[in-house]
Design a protein around this ligand. Sequence first.
Ligand code: MG
Length: 478
Amino acid sequence: MKENCNIKYSLSLVFLSLLFAISCNTSQEQEQEQTSSERSPNFVIVFADDLGYGDLGTFGHPTIKTPNLDRMAVEGQKWTNFYVAASVCTPSRAALLTGRLPVRSGMTSNKSRVLFPNSIKGLPAIEVTLAEQLEKVGYATAAIGKWHLGHKEQYLPTNNGFDYYFGIPYSNDMDLKTDKGYMEYWQDREAIKTEDFNVPLIRNTEIIERPANQNTITKRYSEEAVKFIQEHKNEPFFVYLAHNLPHIPLFASQEFIGTSQRGLYGDVVEEIDYGVGQILTALEEEGIAENTVVVFTSDNGPWLPFGTHGGSAGLLYAGKGTTWEGGMREPTVFWSPGYVKPAIISSLGSTMDLFTTFSVMAGVPLPDDRIIDGVDLSTTLQNGTESPRESILYYRGPELYAVRLGDYKAHYITQGEYGQFGEREEHDPPLLYNLSHDPSEQHDIAEDHPEVIQQIEALVREHQSKLVVGEDQLAERE
Ligand code: MG
């Protein structure tokens, strides 16, 4: 009897410990599962300057070698109809970071196309940046590279939601010290030196180097990004890495000079690609690649008057400064082993969509007191399905020049820039192109499709009925 009791007692102890072990395990597993599914994704935006649609291997360049970006395109998504909101630096960057057309924020002007070292203003404090969105839910945030949204302290990244800034606050060709005129200076390309450009390099709000040594700037930007990722691997982070190059003047590190078959421009793009590879490797080594979304794109099309020092828009017409496709369609790839299903996406996307998409993915509500032009692309990223974006508005300064609706693009005004692609011309009826059939905008089909023009006009009326033009922030100079 006593023995029986002991056995029963021992058995119940075993049973209880088993039960305890199982329940412990289950709650541990649940906890683990919860942590990985609840951990917000990290975001890395790599933004090139003046890189053309045709300048990457994966977008068809025959001699520029970009194995890391090509890899992102194969393992992730290559977007072939992805746009910026302006064809020059300042408004394009304002749009990416705020998810809004620059005409709304006043970050575009008919008096000055971008900000200059003697500009007084910058991105208005009332605008909400993607960094400000993400910091609401505890993200660590860094801006590395070109800013160009105001170089005075109150406009710098550290006053726009970024915990950390390292970079040149405007274009790398500004502060040019020369006795010659600007265009004359570029005639002797062999003589161009980094010391000729008195641009500052800033850490947070302090100038740490002037003139910034641009020979090593691309390398240093990539290294800063890698370091920030390593230091913040245990918390959600957002890195906005905006390279100053391949905007002219072109500079590359010693290791890259003379290595590309495409010449100096190729050396520069290949060094940017190398840095992208370093970022992907760091994410993989830290075990956070699954939980990180990396996107690469450019701020506007190639600066064509600079010959072989400018890039190529591939089969797209014209370049930087214009509302032709070459000015505003950008080579874009998204990569994330955990969030992005491999696909080629030929439906529409915009840099403004990054604001909305990443806010949604991080669980941050969108501002509800203003119009946001970004569209949520997260379903397309996750499933490889068509993008929900239906249209693209092509602004030049505060004026609407063209509209794309689905396959069709209507030009109401066309104008070249930098002495190329013609003078300003208004079109009534508008020029109409089917961009799926005619990506180079060569065959006007307005006469055959009055119904498409009517649809586009309805869209323009709807857009303009709600438009409040922001006060011009670019015109005022010292
Ligand atoms: Mg640019």
